[in-house]
Design a protein around this ligand. Structure first.
Ligand code: TYD
Length: 133
């Protein structure tokens, strides 16, 4: 499976680092929504779903976590451990987020507004959905 990781260029100087992300430049889609997870309960995994259309970039802006991506044929696990690293997650990919470090903040940039209709929350349904493509 092709894993697309963006290494964003920080504007660093003696004061520290700053990263700026612009839609359709640094991020390959219109950014319609931003959400983030924090205070994640130790040991929990989140996600466990796919999207029919939504594209996302995941950035662990503080701390670290792991992302499991499953296209129905292959599984890859990506470590998100730097605030300048963005993981692109396309549609039709089953994803799980886990192993959140203490204080981790996982920020997600999304190409669409929130829509429950776009979710596939059952793994067998996901396999059926991509099988029909
Ligand atoms: P959920 O899909 O369970 O999160 P995860 O993918 O991390 O398992 O979402 C948690 C709750 O937040 C659920 O009630 C839906 C709501 N939610 C929104 O209202 N807007 C959003 O953009 C997202 C991602 C979730």
């Amino acid at each position: 499976m092709e894993i697309k990781i963006f290494n964003f260029e920080p504007h660093g100087d003696s004061r520290g680092q700053l990263i700026a992300l612009e839609e359709n430049k640094d991020i390959p889609f219109d950014i319609k929504r931003v959400y983030y997870m924090y205070d994640t309960t130790p040991g929990v995994a989140r996600g466990h779903h796919a999207h029919k259309h939504l594209e996302q970039i995941l950035i662990c802006v503080h701390g670290q976590c792991k992302i499991k991506l499953d296209n129905g044929h292959e599984i890859e696990v990506v470590d998100l451990n730097q605030p300048n690293k963005g993981l692109y997650v396309a549609n039709n990919i089953w994803r799980e987020m886990f192993d959140f470090s203490d204080g981790a903040v996982l920020m997600v940039l999304a190409s669409e507004y929130y829509s429950e209709d776009d979710y596939i929350r059952n793994y067998d349904e996901f396999l059926k959905f991509i099988g029909g493509k």
